[in-house]
Design a protein around this ligand. Structure first.
Ligand SMILES: [Zn+2]
Length: 471
């Protein structure tokens, strides 16, 4: 048996050689998968004629990339693609990345079936690659990265060279393409593509291998007094599943010992397999928080020293596909972070209670309706606006005005303030629309700075955003 898959390659970059690179990938990408799957995977690559002009050049964020991916998907007008591969200039949040793979977007209650597809495609970043490779190696690295990211689309994890699944960006030079191949273990997986949803693109979520996962053992989690510390915290410990709550993560180096000056990889993000959030459900079942994207490598290091911890927050209410918490009751949550070979540290664990619905309470009913809207829920998840989110802003404004003292109001003020501020900074709004967004952003951020229920971290972020807007 075998499976034919149409791979649409879309060129977003306007680099002069981008189209030629796409053609080279189209010519060379099928053979490694054919051989690496014992002829089970027959890729049919082609360069898409999709032309988005200059709107999609330069650095792009996850959402913009995903939006282009949808236009390539099966059922999209004039498209019969099973997998999408984008050639973009760079990834806006991290411009040193070579590539990434997309799992299902955060899409609670979405009726668009294509938004529910897992492992739907990937992107490679030409500027990221060009910055670290000389002209002679540049094209080979693009081809390698395309094969590597597509390997993730077939649910393969990272593995050591000479496999295509080694993280090439962490090496100073490109691997010779001729000596790369999928490993025997990878072939065992790839050859089941036609018969298994765990391998087939669009099938199970990334990292979910069902019965095929036999050989995968998670590393032990160590904690010793002189190791760096990982701490997690939440402003609130009881909430409804649809409330936009954030998890605070703090990483700190010890004052003494060998770790105090060791560089720590800049991979404290659920998009990396080095960092995970673990959720234990009320039933005791343990699962991993599912990221909507999968990063491969970051060669940068965290900006951290013993007197300066690294802090960030994560919109933990949403994950790939759905709300992160599906059950009512107490969940135990902790995080793990691989900081070096064979060293994975584990955080404290916290208990979070998902509250039952209160259908007799009109405030709950109103909040439930507004925050189940896929556009508004995404607005608070990504803290950005787009055309359909802008049209529905009024619903969030109204919800935030109902119960001023409810902690949910603080969370909405914070999320709204940041999305509006982002629009003012990065959007194309002009004139009275811009003035309106600016004054609303200041209003909500300023309200957020005064809320004790938001916790110190978010109050500080709101203050910083507010100050930068006033400049
Ligand atoms: Zn990778």
């Amino acid at each position: 048996m075998s499976i034919q898959l149409r791979l649409g390659i879309a060129v977003l970059s306007q680099r002069p050689n981008a189209v030629n690179i796409a053609k080279r990938i189209a010519n060379e990408v099928a053979v490694p998968f054919l051989n690496g799957s014992n002829h089970d995977i027959v890729l049919r690559p082609f360069v898409s004629r999709l032309d988005l002009g200059s709107d999609y050049t330069g650095p792009l964020d996850t959402e913009s990339l995903q939006r282009v991916l949808y236009t390539l998907q099966p059922g999209a007008p004039e498209s019969q693609v099973d997998i999408g591969l984008l050639l973009a200039d760079s990834f806006q949040p991290r411009q040193d990345y070579f590539g990434l793979m997309f799992d299902t977007d955060y899409s609670p209650q979405s009726t668009n079936q294509y938004e529910w597809r897992a492992r739907e495609g990937a992107s490679i970043f030409l500027d990221g690659i060009a910055a670290r490779r000389n002209a002679a190696d540049f094209e080979d690295e693009c081809v390698y990265t395309a094969i590597h990211e597509l390997g993730h689309v077939f649910n393969l994890f990272h593995s050591p060279a000479p496999s295509y699944m080694e993280r090439s960006a962490t090496f100073p030079t490109t691997f010779p393409l001729k000596s790369c191949a999928f490993s025997t273990a990878e072939t065992q997986l790839l050859r089941q593509c036609s018969s298994s949803e765990y391998i087939r693109p669009g099938g199970s979520a990334f990292g979910v291998l069902g019965g095929l996962a036999k050989g995968n053992v998670y590393e032990s989690e160590a904690n010793a007094p002189d190791l760096p510390k990982l701490r997690i915290k939440m402003d609130r410990t009881a909430f409804w599943q649809f409330e936009p709550v954030e998890l605070d993560v703090e990483f700190s180096l010890p004052e003494k010992g060998g770790w105090k000056s060791r560089p720590i990889p800049d991979r404290l993000d659920t998009g990396f397999d080095d960092f995970n959030i673990w959720i234990e459900e009320p039933s005791g079942e343990k699962r991993r928080y599912r990221s909507i994207k999968h990063f491969c490598q970051s060669t940068a290091h965290l900006d951290v020293s013993p007197d300066k911890p690294f802090r960030r927050d994560i919109s933990i209410f949403g994950q790939s596909g759905s709300f992160a918490f599906q059950k009512i009751g107490v969940h135990r949550v902790y995080a793990t972070f691989k900081i070096a070979d064979r060293v994975t540290i584990s955080s404290n664990s916290i208990e979070l209670e998902i509250l039952p619905p209160r259908w007799e309470d009109s405030y709950f009913v109103a909040a439930h309706k507004v925050l189940h809207d896929v556009d508004l829920s995404r607005l608070l998840y990504y803290r950005t606006l787009d055309r359909s989110r802008k049209r529905k802003l009024r619903q969030l404004y109204d919800l935030a005005a109902i119960k001023k003292r409810h902690p949910l109001t603080g969370a909405i003020q914070y999320g709204l303030g940041r999305a509006l501020a982002h629009q003012v900074e990065h959007g194309k709004s002009k004139g009275s629309t811009l003035a309106n967004f600016t004054s609303q952003a200041q209003l909500y951020l300023s309200a957020a700075t005064k809320r004790k229920d938001l916790g110190l971290h978010r109050r500080e972020v709101a203050e910083r955003k507010l100050a930068s807007m006033k400049k």
